[in-house]
Design a protein around this ligand. Structure first.
Ligand SMILES: *Cc1c(COP(=O)(O)O)cnc(C)c1O
Length: 373
């Protein structure tokens, strides 16, 4: 089965095999793995030992994004969130539920925003302390420019939180070049090609210490996670972690290194996307984004303008043919979405395009041109 959703993704057999072990979290054999994963992640973020630290947090992407907001935006601070799409909206909700002030910044969701949009907003409102950026907006498929937004944040002396959940492991993240970034948050089950259950935050150590005690939550306090790594030694977890999931992530990180790191992975995902995008056009389907703004993670396609179109029936017909896509869409207009990430190659994408053609025939969709907006 090809899992073409933007996480959890298709995994490699050796990564799946690493799930099938019985181990205790405190076992001395597991401790070096627990600590080693943190080091490997720091390396992929170009972090500096002693300046940055990778912190594990059991749970999904939303959990670690909430932890990032709670741990760095003080009560009384203000988080500006460029409205890239659904996950930017979620960031606003996470912040507000945590009692933080969060303000949306309207942008054109189908394009990459310029740094000046953020710069202008920071100029207008001096009470904004943080910018929360979704690096790869899974809701649209657009990848935002961390360098441009980061430069604007830096120039105004504010801080930045990056939701890199559908980015980390493939899209560039260079912490050395981004002193304005307090924290980068992501989970194991997207571009890292491992399993759901563990998330990580890579954060600045000086800021973790400065921000001690502001989280208003013990479970989601990254400063506390950090403090415990110091007092308990690197290899002993705070609470019970998903041991097997971390064991599998460890293998997946070795796979990432052997593949050639995030640069090589990005090249593979980009080739996957190109194959899929071309395939959609050949089938007469209409992608939501122009090629120019289309990121390599997820492709949104307009629903065909045909009375026979039915998303669930299409998803079911595809599944029979060995391909799983989401049975919902997160674009403003109806459509379907296909993930290009995971342990898959352009030839898998060719197979998926063929399966889509057959599935469309199965459900009797002849007119594939998307509904014009
Ligand atoms: C997947 C995703 C999340 C988090 O999703 P969870 O379901 O909580 O793991 C957050 N942000 C982005 C951009 C994502 O793609």
């Amino acid at each position: 089965m090809l899992l073409l959703i933007p996480g959890p993704v298709t995994t490699r057999p050796e990564v799946r095999a690493a799930l099938g072990v019985d181990i205790a979290p405190w076992d001395f054999d597991f401790r070096p793995i627990y600590a080693g994963v943190r080091e490997k992640l720091l390396h992929f973020a170009n972090g500096v030992a002693g300046e940055h630290t990778a912190l594990p947090l059991p749970g999904c992407g939303h959990f670690v994004t909430e932890a990032a907001i709670r741990s760095f935006v003080p009560p009384g601070g203000k988080l500006l969130v460029p409205m890239t799409g659904r996950y930017a909206q979620d960031m606003i909700q996470l912040a507000r539920e945590a009692g933080r002030d969060a303000v949306p910044l309207s942008i054109i969701q189908t394009e990459v925003m310029s740094g000046s949009v953020v710069s202008d907003a920071l100029e207008r409102d001096k009470t904004i302390t943080h910018v929360g950026l979704v690096q790869s907006e899974t809701g649209s498929g657009v990848v935002q420019d961390v360098d441009a937004v980061g430069a604007a944040v830096r120039a105004h002396g504010r801080r930045m939180i990056v939701d890199a959940v559908s980015a980390f492991g493939a899209l560039p993240m260079d912490l050395r070049a981004h002193p304005e970034v307090d924290v980068v948050a992501f989970s194991a089950n997207k571009c890292l090609e491992a399993f759901p259950g563990i998330a990580y935050a890579i954060a600045r150590i000086d800021r973790l210490i400065e921000c001690e005690g502001i989280a208003g939550s013990w479970s989601l306090d990254l400063s506390d996670v950090y403090a415990q790594t110091v007092t308990r030694g690197d290899g002993r977890p705070r609470f019970t972690p998903p041991v097997q999931v971390i064991n599998a992530l460890d293998v997946a990180l070795d796979v990432l290194r052997e593949e050639g790191g995030p640069t090589a992975r990005l090249a593979r995902y980009t080739a996957n996307m190109r194959t899929l995008y071309d395939g959609m056009l050949e089938l007469g389907l209409r992608p939501v984004l122009d090629r120019e703004h289309q990121g390599p993670i997820i492709l949104n396609v307009h629903a065909p303008e045909d009375p026979a179109w039915n998303l669930q029936r299409f998803v079911d017909a595809l599944k029979v043919r060995g391909v799983v896509i989401s049975n919902f869409y997160s674009t403003p207009t109806p459509g379907f979405r296909v993930g290009c990430i995971g342990a898959i190659s352009p030839s898998d994408m060719e197979g998926a395009v063929e399966a889509m053609e057959q599935a469309l025939n199965d459900i009797g969709v002849n007119n594939r041109a998307g509904v014009l907006q």
